[in-house]
Ligand binder design. Structure first.
Ligand code: AP5
Ligand code: ZN
Length: 217
């Protein structure tokens, strides 16, 4: 299965992706996590991305598309993947279509997570992530770690993301509405969009997503 996950910042894309990828036995590919891993390793790519991320802006397409393609070309993604945070504008969606066409494959679905803005703000304000791996995600109220400040998965230190400040979140939401939402229409024209509510318990949302996705091929 080849799936794109779309939704505003803080909708729960990363949280859901972890469960869906496991259920569907496909790799979870998050461009945000790839950028954060590059930043913590101090790579050139991380250096290029950091100022854009801290400002809530999109990292330029030249950097992002190449990085996403490299990850999709890894052997574990040969038979499918769950993309989280990519594509994020129409140019990236077109680049993805071109890459898939060259491989002779197609997307199976675009899963659109709908969450009201006030809920998104609450989710982001309480989010804590792991220093070792930014895909280890918790929430101070909704998804508390067993020990405050410590990752349940690997024991790493939990912290608040640099781009989770109120001002940057406002910018990220604006960028989502102006640049990312148009990809929903782009994919609607291809008949690929499945929209679900991302309100409720994490497991309920996962169940809704599994029910809404096309049968495994
Ligand atoms: P990225 O990391 O992709 O951030 P985002 O899209 O803003 O999404 P978030 O990670 O904020 O939220 P999420 O939907 O994954 O929610 P989560 O599961 O954590 O991108 C960051 C930056 O990188 C961008 O701003 C940009 O600069 C750059 N970038 C990335 N991709 C790019 C691209 N393709 N092109 C250009 N630039 C790019 O959940 C949020 C919180 O809610 C957590 O605390 C979680 O525990 C909690 N939660 C989750 N589900 C529930 C639930 N059902 N009930 C209660 N709480 C819940
Ligand atoms: Zn961890």
């Amino acid at each position: 299965m080849r799936i794109v996950l779309v939704g505003p910042p803080g909708a729960g894309k990363g949280t859901q992706a972890a469960y869906l990828a496991k259920n569907l036995a496909i790799p979870h590919i998050s461009t945000g996590d790839l950028f954060r891993a590059n930043i913590s390793q101090g790579t050139e790519l991380g250096l290029q991305a950091k100022s854009y991320m801290d400002a809530g802006q999109l990292v330029p397409d030249e950097v992002t598309i190449g990085m996403a393609r490299d990850r999709m070309n890894q052997p574990d993604a040969e038979n499918g993947f769950l993309l989280d945070g990519f594509p994020r504008n129409v140019a990236q969606a077109e680049a993805l279509d071109e890459a898939l066409e060259l491989d002779g494959v197609k997307l199976d679905a675009v899963l659109d997570l709908e969450v009201p803005e006030d809920e998104v703000v609450k989710r982001i304000a309480g989010r804590r992530i792991c220093r070792n791996d930014s895909s280890h995600v918790f929430h101070v109220t909704y998804s508390r770690p067993q020990q405050d400040g410590v990752c349940d998965v690997c024991g790493g230190e939990l912290y608040q993301r640099d781009d989770d400040s109120e001002e940057t979140v406002r910018k990220r939401l604006e960028v989502y509405h102006t640049q990312t939402e148009p990809i929903i229409d782009y994919y609607k024209a291809q008949g690929l969009v499945v929209t679900i509510s991302a309100l409720g318990k994490v497991a309920e949302v996962t169940g809704r997503a599994m029910d809404a996705l096309p049968a495994r091929s």
